[in-house]
Design a protein around this ligand. Structure first.
Ligand code: IMP
Length: 180
């Protein structure tokens, strides 16, 4: 059972998406992605830091031969997008001609995904598919076609299950929302 409220630094958060809902949705997403990529040997590109928990659970549901690698970027400062993307660990693999699946924890303004897409397109992959656990449709500022969305959520700050507030909260096994 989730605690009713948690505190991280100066902020309070309340339970939002529990373990069971996460598990059920990730199983569904895994099934769909497995069917769509059955014979493709895709390369899965996890976006660090936030996607590590989601990708770990999603990967276990994939019934397909897939390579897994990571890129590390940062665009958030505290509770807001900084408007700039910093690349901290770059693309270390060649994606030319590959089926690339980008896996994000959350798409908020879409800036990070848009930035990553333009970098990856330079390598001329065969196809790029986008997966995100969470999407805030009301915050989206870029024209992105996201192929697999776990949950559409309101434009409120969330933590847990890989997502952080100032570096903390990533280890929470479930998702919490900022208490207003
Ligand atoms: P975007 O570039 O504005 O779409 O933001 C994407 C990145 O910002 C995500 O990968 C997260 O690292 C971070 N982010 C966006 N919204 C939240 C949130 O509600 N909680 C924690 N991190 C967030």
């Amino acid at each position: 059972m989730l605690p009713n409220m948690i505190r991280i630094k100066d902020k309070e958060f309340v339970p939002f998406i529990n373990r069971e809902s996460l598990n059920n949705r990730i199983v569904e997403m895994g099934r769909k992605i497995s069917m769509d990529f059955k014979n493709d040997e895709p390369i899965i590109l996890g976006v660090l830091n936030g996607s590590f928990m989601f990708l770990s659970d999603l990967a276990k549901q994939l019934d397909a031969q897939a390579e897994i690698t990571f890129v590390k970027i940062s665009s958030y400062s505290g509770m807001e997008s900084s408007g700039k993307v910093q690349e901290l660990i770059g693309l270390g693999v060649i994606l030319t001609g590959r089926n690339v699946i980008i896996v994000e924890d959350i798409v908020d303004t879409g800036l990070s995904m848009d930035h990553l897409l333009s970098l990856i397109r330079l390598q001329k992959p065969k196809k790029i598919s986008l997966v995100t656990l969470l999407l805030k449709p009301d915050a989206l500022k870029f024209d992105l076609q996201i192929d697999y969305v776990g949950f559409e959520i309101p434009n409120k700050f969330v933590v847990g299950y890989g997502l952080d507030y100032e570096g903390f909260g990533r280890n929470l096994p479930e998702i919490y929302q900022l208490k207003i």
